[in-house]
Ligand binder design. Structure first.
Ligand SMILES: [Zn+2]
Length: 471
């Protein structure tokens, strides 16, 4: 006795076909035309697209930042993900300087325990290798791998808090190369940016707009090049997170052409929001769009879309890091350096990418699946469990209604913020039904915006080390 999804069009990263999908227990049992319905519950997917559940590889749930904590915890964050069609997230465990990675892992597993509603995994953000030559930290990387964490995040920004120097970064990259692990890099030149920031504050340029101006595309491009060059020297695979502009993209493409094992994502916001439209420098409201890297001039958007089509950018994630406008963003009124960095996006990724990507003719529906589901699973070492509709994989399935019209608004969203970055935007294309390991957890056609599963049902996903798919 299983659940049979009938009459839908199954979309994979390379084709779309009229096929039925049989789910049994938590797994996909069969995929094929005209499957026998005897003994099964039938879900009619006529007019719908049947896709793998979305995978968002860049989220920050329950994350401390600048004296506050991101507004979504593992419960609201993963429920919002599910309502938007995303069934797996990879969040970040942040090692504090002076503490071990094991402590960070324990802290983040506790945050998610009995709270996660869809499956999740963690990257380990390395900020400290311990005393002396760092051998203690490098050994800990092996322990992380044994625990199913196969990607390590390194910050080239936020000096004194998260930033590491090039030597430490290179050591981690050498170790990652030996372990077949993937290095994820926040690429911005934090030291140079901090000087510009101090100069701006001294000149009284304290509004949110100046946050964006203080972190130039060139600072991102410089660090992007340096990160990939160092990884290439170390023989490591590298994944640039939240690549936001054409200059950084040029550095990525240059190094890819030279054979570096370099991948990158961009995020929804860089594709559709801009400095001109959202942050013209007129009001405090612009604090809603203070995140890092900042919004760029509109002219950077077209090259990012083109890179998604051509393949130099592999993934679209959100960098979901929500803070409420009323009381959290408020911490930085009068001083942009105190504005908690981040925006809410986990719930809207698929809607935005579908509407502005597929509907606008920029990407195909197959590319949409590749960018949002299949590539994230493959690159991050969970392609055997997630990201594709095939027998034996987890039954994480999204029934997508390409005709559904939806108006994005903070008033109806599941995310715990008091604003939306896309307030009032009308999009066409939305999640109709969402299955997580075979269980119907969202039915937007009957109970829109409601998570139907039990809180805490989400499981930690152990990922294998495959050097971002290069191995
Ligand atoms: Zn981030």
């Amino acid at each position: 006795m299983g659940t049979l999804i009938q009459n839908g069009t199954v979309v994979s990263s390379d084709r779309s076909q009229l096929l039925d999908v049989l789910m049994e227990g938590e797994k996909i049992a069969k995929v094929g035309p005209g499957l026998d319905i005897a003994g099964h519950t039938v879900v009619d997917a006529t007019g719908l697209l049947v896709m793998p559940g979305g995978i968002d590889v860049h989220t920050h749930l329950d994350m401390p930042f600048g004296g506050t904590t991101s507004a979504d915890d593992y419960t609201t964050g993963t429920q919002a993900a599910a309502v938007g069609g995303t069934t797996t997230v990879i969040d970040f465990a942040l090692q504090s300087q002076g503490h071990t990675m094991k402590e960070a892992l324990a802290t983040w597993l506790k945050k998610s325990d009995n709270k996660a509603c869809v499956d999740f995994s963690l990257h380990m953000a390395v900020t400290d290798l311990g005393p002396g030559d760092g051998s203690q930290g490098l050994r800990e990387m092996e322990e992380m791998l044994a625990a199913g964490i196969s990607s390590f995040k390194l910050f080239m920004a936020y000096p004194g808090v998260l930033m590491i120097d090039d030597g430490l970064m290179f050591k981690v990259m050498q170790k990652a190369a030996a372990l077949n692990a993937l290095c994820c890099i926040h690429a911005e030149n934090g030291s140079a940016i901090d000087i510009v920031v101090a100069q701006m504050i001294a000149e009284g340029k304290t509004a949110p707009h100046y946050h964006a101006l203080s972190r130039s595309p060139k600072a991102e491009a410089e660090a992007t090049h340096r990160a990939i060059a160092l990884a290439d020297m170390a023989g490591a695979a590298v994944y640039i997170v939240h690549l936001s502009n054409e200059y950084a993209l040029d550095e990525l493409k240059f190094m890819q052409a030279r054979g570096a094992k370099a991948l990158a994502e961009t995020c929804t916001q860089y594709l559709v929001l801009s400095l001109e439209d959202q942050m013209p420098g007129k009001s405090w409201e612009e604090a809603k769009f203070v995140f890092t890297p900042p919004l760029r001039e509109k002219r950077h958007q077209a090259p990012l879309w083109k890179a998604l089509v051509e393949g130099s950018l592999s993934v679209v994630s959100t960098d979901h890091c929500p803070f409420r406008f009323a009381d959290q963003k408020e911490l930085g009124r009068g001083n942009f350096t105190k504005i908690p960095n981040g925006g809410p996006g986990i719930e809207n990724r698929l809607q935005i990418l579908w509407h502005f990507g597929v509907n606008a003719g920029r990407i195909t529906q197959e590319k949409f699946v590749e960018l949002c589901c299949t590539a994230p699973a493959r690159i991050f070492g969970m392609g055997k469990q997630k990201g594709t509709i095939a027998p034996g994989l987890d039954a994480d399935i999204l029934l997508w209604d390409p005709k559904a019209e939806y108006t994005i608004s903070a008033a109806t969203q599941c995310m715990a913020t008091d604003y939306s970055m896309f307030e009032g935007w009308k999009v066409q294309g939305n999640a109709a039904k969402v299955f997580s390991r075979g269980e119907l957890v969202v039915d937007n056609t009957v109970q829109p915006g409601k998570f139907l599963g039990a809180t805490g049902r989400g499981r930690f996903v152990r990922r294998e080390a495959n050097a971002g798919g290069f191995a």
